[in-house]
Design a protein around this ligand. Structure first.
Ligand code: SPV
Ligand code: MG
Length: 315
């Protein structure tokens, strides 16, 4: 009897299903005993690098994705561009991806379409912020008009009805960014919990974590709390643990590291008119190839290409 070799599967076919990733993210955000960390990524490469480094979950940052596409973080990239990037991130790793869904690209209807398509592309969760569309990055200027809390709750309810537990739904509160104060932030957190959010992201642009800890004191972990310590970066993780915070998002550091590394290498090459000096400082091609499993392709070629196939024509 002819025994056929097991068919090889394309690298992306080995990846966990969307439901498995959503369950993994839910575990990290909602059920974790210790603090969880999500690392920013903005494409397939940065996702694969973060996974290789040991991160267990990714943050698909709106700022970083916009920047890598050459847009401003002001709702200039479309939701279809976002889901295409998320698909590349999902296909490049086994990790759950929490997607920065900005304000949901419109009203409840846009938000639920976004969530539905994100789930189809394998995302594990979506964070929606209570701003109006178009939004502006929280660290740019002082114009951050908030959405009405009830209208925003409708966006959350519509997303929950559309995708159920298929995505972890994180409600992000911008009241502190917009200068509305702690009472408003807590009121909104309770409103969004009532609307079905799975976790609350409380955002601050202060250089200390004081207002984050004031929030966690008032909130008493009715839902898990997610934070983004980009501006209060000096606060140690131990302080976040002590405050009972669930998850820390390192929100833009691969994008910023890439920016400074690219700037340095460009300046060196233009000055030195040579790449000899930087060869030892950049990733080897072998490292890049290994991130994307060229070995699997070689095995597939052995299985599927005719043995007599002529090598590809080269110049
Ligand atoms: C992002 O990474 O796009 C965020 C976080 O939303 S922040 O830039 O802090 O608003
Ligand atoms: Mg963002």
């Amino acid at each position: 009897m002819l025994t056929r070799p097991q068919p090889l599967r394309h690298a992306a076919d080995h990846r966990p299903e969307a439901a498995t990733r959503a369950a993994a993210l839910r575990e990290q955000i909602c059920c974790n005993q210790d603090l969880s960390f999500l690392m920013e990524a903005h494409d397939g490469l940065s996702s694969a690098v973060a996974e290789r480094a040991g991160f267990k979950g990714l943050w698909a940052s709106g700022l970083s994705i916009a920047s890598s596409l050459g847009y401003r973080d002001a709702s200039e990239a479309s939701w279809t561009q976002l889901i295409d990037v998320v698909e590349r991130m999902v296909d490049s790793t086994d990790l759950p991806v929490l997607v920065d869904g900005d304000s949901g690209f419109g009203n409840f209807n846009n938000a639920r379409i976004l969530a539905h398509k994100l789930r189809q592309r394998g995302a594990a969760g979506v964070a929606l912020e209570d701003k109006q569309f178009p939004k502006m990055n929280s660290f740019v200027g002082d114009r951050h008009p908030l959405a009405d809390a009830n209208e925003f709750s409708g966006r959350l309810r519509a997303v929950k009805d559309a995708v159920g537990d298929g995505l972890v739904l994180v409600a992000r509160i911008e009241a502190l960014i917009a200068g509305h104060g702690m009472d408003e932030a807590l009121h909104r957190a309770h409103t969004y919990a009532d609307a079905g959010a799975d976790a609350i992201l409380i955002h601050s642009r202060k250089s200390t974590a004081d207002e984050i800890f004031a929030f966690t004191n008032g909130w008493q972990n009715r839902l898990p709390v997610v934070i983004v310590p980009t501006k209060y970066y000096r606060t140690p993780a131990s302080a976040f643990r002590a405050a009972g915070i669930s998850t820390v998002i390192w929100a833009n550091h691969s994008m910023r590291a890439a920016t400074s590394a690219m700037r340095n290498v460009c300046e060196r090459i233009i000055t030195e008119q040579s790449i000899a000096g930087i060869e030892a400082e950049v990733a080897t091609l072998e490292e890049v190839f290994s991130l994307f499993h060229y070995d699997e392709l070689a095995r597939a070629e052995a299985q599927y290409l005719p043995a007599t196939a002529a090598p590809a024509q080269r110049d």
